[in-house]
Design a protein around this ligand. Structure first.
Ligand code: HEM
Ligand SMILES: [Cu+2]
Length: 565
């Protein structure tokens, strides 16, 4: 209780969940901290793999024979994009929801711990088989490349664990609604619920793929597998995962950033509409990863490109809302000049600084996304290291820097400590280091990709072929950026350890912004998730029914397994 300096404010969200022991109990904190700690370990190990990859590609390092480049790259992808992001989102969203709803239901805690246990065991199993060299299939595990069956069982356990966390979140959300009839749920809880709804959509696709197709095939119970079915199910999951990170990140932009800069939430209804569009329109975006796949007709691809571009609207709405929030906060401080509000933003607050740099990174990241998803230009960049440059800007910079910024209040909030001035300064330096490292590495990846350098290759010299000669400089810059990034990881782990164990005791609140005008609040039907889930299912059906029935009709030849060295 001592960490709560004020009662939750928004929408009279003060009602305490009666299922919770008293206010916001310690057990909520412990669950969140457990999730965050796995995320931190994943960042460290995944980061080491990334550093080595840069060295290998640029020719600075030759790996010992007991570990393959693809084992490293699989560890990098799985640990960073599956493990780190999932554990972090759960730790953060559970903590914030507990904060605004006055505690988590005790059943939620039970589901949360069971989910955490399964996810952790799954991660350990998957990591073991990756490092043993029995799962060189990369984080996309495209079939017919085949890994050890237990690698897939590890992944399946992670997915089941996530689903249990979803149930946990829905229990708290619904129990709050039942206790507060006629009231809108607080905006943070709305975001949180949306993320877990997306998790359900994503998990169902990947569960069908892993449990229904891959595991029986990996054990040899069925001889062949249809690669197109696999790619389609995987990307319905993989792309949704991307929006799970984005939605998690923008929850901090919409809800916490206003409070940090001394302003208010620009518009509750704008925020909720953006959330709902992401939930409803997101899943079919998976097809933009398959623009060059055979087996999908041009007409279908045209439909999918349109569905992908739906995601641009909430992105632009978010850009507008963020700038409007900042301008209003400045005007409230008495700034009258056209752009003077920009100067009075709290640039020296690491929580804000990390978030705003993340937002800036989203501008080139989003533009790159539009390029990738465009049918014609995709042909130029497809499977080149440009794509890797893009994902280091999106998840590697926008999402990661937001997560880092969040952790500057989340960890001390959970551990009952305070961010000191020194740690705050280190946080600013960390942000600059991370952004510069990514700028160099991702910039070089983009340029190199345009020159044709492929992604997912250890050897970038192509046996001395002249076409490859232009790539070397960029590969070197990539490795340099990687070193800077690794320094960023070390700095971050230091700050996290300080905030968790050594910073002075004190009150840190979870920043939750208030509405400008309560009249801006959304109508109550926004909380009726049945509507949004139904619309989401409809948009999924429009995109997926035809191709999946087509693949299931059995006219595509199956493939026997390929074991990857
Ligand atoms: C020390 C920091 C990092 C370094 C040095 C690094 C380096 C690299 C390199 C060199 C590759 C390309 C390998 C290839 O295609 O041959 C790569 C791929 C990738 N990185 Fe990173 N990275 C770092 C951090 C991150 C972070 C924080 C994330 C996301 C949270 C991330 C996500 C990915 C993903 C998803 C891939 C694609 C994997 C694949 O193609 O299977 N990386 N990274
Ligand atoms: Cu995507």
């Amino acid at each position: 209780m001592t960490h709560i300096t004020e009662a939750p404010i928004r929408h009279k969200g003060t009602a305490v969940n009666e299922d919770a022991v008293a206010g916001i109990p310690r057990q909520d904190y412990r669950l969140s901290l457990a999730n965050l700690s796995i995320a931190f370990i994943a960042l460290l190990v995944g980061g080491i793999a990334g550093l080595l990859q840069g060295f290998v590609r640029s020719g600075f390092l030759e790996l010992p024979s007991w570990i393959s480049y693809y084992a490293l790259l699989t560890a990098h992808g799985v640990l960073l994009v599956l493990v780190l992001s999932s554990f972090f989102s759960i730790g953060y969203l559970y903590a914030g929801t507990s904060r605004v709803l006055g505690g988590l239901a005790s059943k939620t805690i039970a589901f949360g711990w069971t989910g955490f246990g399964l996810m952790t065991v799954g991660t350990v199993i998957a990591a073991f088989f990756i490092l043993a060299g029995d799962a060189n299939v990369l984080y996309t595990f495209y079939t017919p490349m085949q890994a050890h069956p237990w690698f897939y069982i590890g992944l399946a356990l992670i997915v089941v664990g996530i689903l249990l966390n979803c149930i946990g979140m829905f229990i708290t959300y619904q129990s709050w609604r039942k206790r507060n009839p006629g009231q809108l749920t607080p905006l943070f809880a709305f975001f949180s619920n949306a993320v877990f709804v997306l998790w359900v959509f994503a998990s169902l696709f990947i569960a069908v793929f892993v449990v229904g197709f891959v595991i029986p095939w990996a054990f040899g119970w069925v001889p062949t597998i249809d690669p197109m079915m696999g790619r389609t199910l995987f990307w319905a999951f993989g792309h949704t995962l991307v929006n799970i990170w984005m939605l998690t990140s923008i929850s901090a932009w919409y809800v916490s950033m206003p409070k940090i800069i001394g302003g208010k939430v620009f518009s509750d209804s704008l925020a909720r509409v953006a959330v709902v569009i992401l939930v409803v329109a997101n899943v079919p975006g998976g097809f933009h990863h398959q623009i060059l796949d055979p087996g999908l007709s041009v007409e279908l691809k045209f439909l999918h490109v349109i569905q992908t571009f739906m995601i641009i609207f909430p992105s632009l709405m978010t850009a507008f809302a963020m700038l409007a929030t900042m301008e209003r906060a400045g005007r409230a401080k008495g700034v009258t000049s056209l752009l003077g509000w920009w100067k009075v933003l709290p640039w020296s607050d690491a929580r804000f600084f990390a978030l705003i740099v993340a937002m800036f990174a989203f501008i080139p990241a989003g533009l790159g996304g539009i390029i990738n998803a465009s049918n014609q230009i995709n042909q130029v960049v497809h499977n080149s290291i440009w794509v890797t440059g893009h994902l280091h800007l999106t998840v590697g910079t926008t999402v990661m820097l937001t997560f880092f910024g969040i952790s500057y209040w989340l960890i001390p909030y959970l551990t009952g400590r305070k961010m000191t001035r020194t740690l705050n300064r280190l946080g600013i330096i960390q942000t600059i280091v991370w952004a510069s490292g990514m700028l160099i590495m991702s910039g070089a990846m983009h340029a190199n990709g345009l020159l044709g350098s492929p992604r997912r290759t250890a050897d970038t010299t192509y046996n001395g072929h002249s076409a490859a000669s232009e790539w070397a400089t960029y590969e070197m810059f990539m490795a340099m950026g990687g070193v800077i990034l690794f320094i960023g990881i070390v700095l971050l782990i230091y700050i996290w350890a300080q905030l968790a164990f050594f910073a002075p005791k004190g009150d840190t609140d979870f920043p939750i912004g208030e509405d400008y005008r309560p009249a801006d609040a959304s109508p109550l039907f926004m909380d009726r998730w049945a509507i949004w889930v139904a619309l989401g299912t409809l948009s999924i059906a429009i995109a997926y029914v035809i191709p999946l029935l087509d693949f299931a009709s059995g006219h595509t030849p199956g493939s026997p397994p390929f074991l990857m060295p």
